[in-house]
Structures are given as structure tokens and as C-alpha cells.
Design a protein around this ligand. Structure first.
Ligand code: GLA
Length: 395
């Protein structure tokens, strides 16, 4: 697809910092989660859309094995010795940790490290639940492949890259996230959503229709760090139920919540861990909502998709416990605004963004009403990003 505007911003920054023209350019989008909240690491189903806000990495190959990387958002430049066998992750939350993680996860793939200079620039809002980190990691992963002359010619190669990026985030950055973010940002396309079955790794790109809804991202202006612990706690709570089912059924053949049906969960409800069982109920019913949502999209039924999103939010709030007063107020404001098909929290939760699908003809009225509804409840001005489906650079 054509390069988004942020690539020119990165180009200009590269010229200023390195006094030369970059010869390699990659970009990858942010994403919203339409359905499938906390289902990915439970081997469930997810439906996301890559959005037209991107992270660009531009640069050129240089002699030696050093990388000099400038992050425009922070005005910081760092140098990495790529031949160093022990990669030190550095401080949590810093941009370098993501970059080093991708280098760490990909280096086995290339014969020997190649030195480079690069600039990273992005317009994906940071820490707002739009996966700015996956966008950075995917863009940097595409850049490293291009630098080494390795093509990503098809969906198999994209999936392989997504898995390596996940490995970087799990094993290096230290966040036990699933495949949702990486698959969505690498497989997204204008006009399409991305469906992923995290067990079979089946991927489909259902069309958003001839008049796609606007994807309105409402930022509650509350933020959190993904690695702050809550995410990993939820993961453990889900695993606890898997463990209990292994004992109940006397078999280790239960690999994840995907091996348990909602009926089985109800049947054993009173014997299960009090917290874990409500988390599991959310995940199992959310899988059904994703399957129904994909069918709705394929039938062109956006009303139904919107309804499923709103149900998903309710379930995140009451069963999964990953909403917040701010996110609930924002969803309530969105749902009463004109043109809203559905709204829910997007991504990890606890803070950050709500995603709403909105009929394009009513976009302005929607935005005004949602902002004033949220302001009346919380005295806070929500930030609004109107987005459409997008994709990453070809390789
Ligand atoms: C974060 C993670 C994803 C996914 C969502 C919740 O965005 O990075 O892998 O688990 O939370 O659905």
C-alpha cells in the first residue's frame, strides 16, 4: 500500500540527524480490537482492525555491526552493538526495549548482523490501547528483514514474523501478550478487518463493506503501563481454571480455556476458583461473540456487530474486571450518541481507549455528543481519533 504521511516525517528527521537520504522504509499500523478481549492467549478467537496511524522506520545500511537509532517521539538516539551475544533489555517501558527485543528475536534468521542508521517516527497515540508497541515492533521487524534483503512474500511469512514478534514481547520485553496485536498489524488491509483463530492460526480478512463504518477511538485520557502486572495476573487467573479442569477431568489434555465449553464451565461452576471462573466465563462467551461478529460482518450486518461489541464491553466490565469508571463512562457516552453501532474498551483495558463503530453520515454529531457526554460525567475532555482500516508496508 502507499506510504502514509508519517513516513515523510521520518524521512525529514533522518536527513536532519544523519545528513543523508534513507534507502529503506517500512511502516506498520496501530490497531483496535473489535471483539475478542483477552481471548488471544487463551487460544481463542479475535477480530481486530489495523488503523491508519502508523510507526515508520526509515534508514540505511552502514559498515560494521553497530546500529544507531533515533526515536523522534522522545528526541533520543541510542547505539546498539548488534554482534554482542548477550542483549541487555535495559529499562522497562523504554522504546529501546522493544527495538532490542525484535533484534533478539530475529537475529537467528539472518546470517550475520548488518550495521545501520535509522529513525523511528510514529503517529499512533502512545499508551492508549492502540498497540503503539506492536506497531513499532512490526515496523522494526519489517525494516530488519528489508535490511537483510529478506522478503515477506505471503501470509505464511507474515505469520512467522508475527510469532517471532510475540516471542520478543513475551521473552524479552516481559509482557505475556498473545498474537492479536501482531497479526492484526501485519495482516491488516484498507477496508478489511482481521480475524484470527489463535489455536488453529486460521486468519481471514472479512470486508468492512462498501461503506465501512468509521472507527472512532475515544481516549479516556487515563493511562497505564501494559507491564504493570494486571495483565499477567489475568493470565494466571485463566490458567488456574485450566488447571482445575485438568484435575476435574483427570487429564492433561486440556491445553487452554479453548478446551472447555461454556456448558462444562456452568456444570462445574460451584467447584471452581471464585475469581478464575468469572474470567473464564468472559473468555468462553467472548469466543462465541467473535464467531458471531465475523458471521455478521460477512452478512453485511453492522448493527449486529455493534451489538456484540457492546455486550463484549459489559462482559469485560463485570466478568473480566478490566474496565474502569472512565472507560465505562466513555462507553456509556458513545452508546447514547447518534450513529453509534457499538462501543467497547479496546486492548488490555483498565485505562486508555474505547473503540466505537459509527455510521459515517453521523460522524460529526457522534463525536460532539460523545465528548460532551464524557465531559459531563468526568470533567475530562476525551481525545478523539477517527480512523479507517489500513495496513503495513509491503516487503
Ligand atoms: C493487549 C495484548 C493483546 C491482547 C489484548 C486483550 O492488547 O497485547 O495480546 O491480549 O491486550 O485482548
Amino acid at each position: 500500500m502507499n506510504a502514509p504521511p508519517i513516513v515523510s516525517v521520518a524521512d525529514a528527521s533522518f536527513r536532519r540527524i544523519f545528513g543523508a537520504e534513507p534507502s529503506l522504509r517500512s511502516f506498520a499500523p496501530g490497531r483496535v480490537e473489535i471483539l475478542g478481549n483477552h481471548t488471544d492467549y487463551n487460544e481463542g478467537l479475535v477480530l481486530g482492525v489495523a488503523i491508519d496511524r502508523h510507526t515508520a522506520v526509515v534508514g540505511r545500511c552502514v559498515e560494521g555491526t553497530k546500529a544507531t537509532i533515533h526515536a523522534a517521539a522522545f528526541g533520543e538516539t541510542d547505539t546498539i552493538e548488534l554482534a554482542e551475544p548477550n542483549v541487555d533489555p535495559g529499562p522497562e517501558g523504554r522504546w529501546t526495549r522493544y527495538v532490542l527485543g525484535v533484534h533478539w528475536a530475529l537475529r537467528g534468521k539472518f546470517d550475520s548482523p548488518l550495521g545501520f542508521e535509522a529513525v523511528i517516527a510514529g503517529d499512533v497515540p502512545l499508551g492508549a490501547g492502540l498497540s503503539s508497541s506492536a506497531s513499532l515492533q512490526a515496523s522494526f521487524g519489517l525494516f530488519l528483514n528489508a535490511l537483510h534483503g529478506v522478503k515477506i512474500p505471503d501470509d505464511d511469512a507474515r505469520l512467522e514474523l508475527a510469532r517471532r514478534l510475540r516471542k520478543a514481547e513475551n521473552g524479552f520485553v516481559g509482557v505475556a501478550s498473545g498474537l492479536l496485536d501482531f497479526v492484526t498489524v501485519l495482516f491488516g488491509r484498507p477496508g478489511h478487518a482481521v480475524f484470527l483463530d489463535c489455536r488453529t492460526l486460521e486468519i481471514r480478512r472479512p470486508s468492512l463493506g462498501e461503506t465501512p463504518p468509521a472507527i472512532v477511538v475515544l481516549d479516556s485520557r487515563t493511562s497505564r503501563q501494559l507491564a504493570d502486572g494486571m495483565y499477567n495476573i489475568r493470565r494466571t487467573e485463566c490458567e488456574r481454571i485450566v488447571d482445575q479442569f485438568r484435575k476435574i477431568k483427570g487429564t492433561n489434555a486440556i491445553a487452554s480455556l479453548r478446551d472447555i465449553t461454556p456448558e462444562e464451565l456452568s456444570a462445574h461452576w460451584k467447584y471452581l476458583d471464585l475469581v478464575g471462573r468469572t474470567r473464564a466465563r468472559h473468555v468462553l462467551l467472548e469466543n462465541i461473540r467473535v464467531a458471531d461478529g465475523v458471521a455478521a460482518l460477512e452478512a453485511g450486518d453492522l448493527e449486529k456487530l455493534g451489538l456484540l461489541m457492546s455486550r463484549s464491553h459489559k462482559s469485560s466490565r463485570s466478568d473480566f474486571g478490566n474496565s474502569s469508571d472512565a472507560l465505562d463512562a466513555l462507553v456509556a457516552a458513545a452508546l447514547t450518541a447518534p450513529g453509534c453501532l457499538g462501543a467497547k474498551l479496546s486492548g488490555a483495558g483498565w485505562a486508555g481507549c474505547v473503540v466505537a463503530l459509527v455510521r459515517p453520515g453521523q460522524l460529526d454529531d457522534f463525536v460532539q455528543a460523545a465528548i460532551s457526554g464524557y465531559r459531563n460525567e468526568t470533567d475530562t475532555e476525551a481525545d478523539v481519533t477517527v480512523a479507517y482500516a489500513s495496513g503495513c508496508s509491503d516487503s
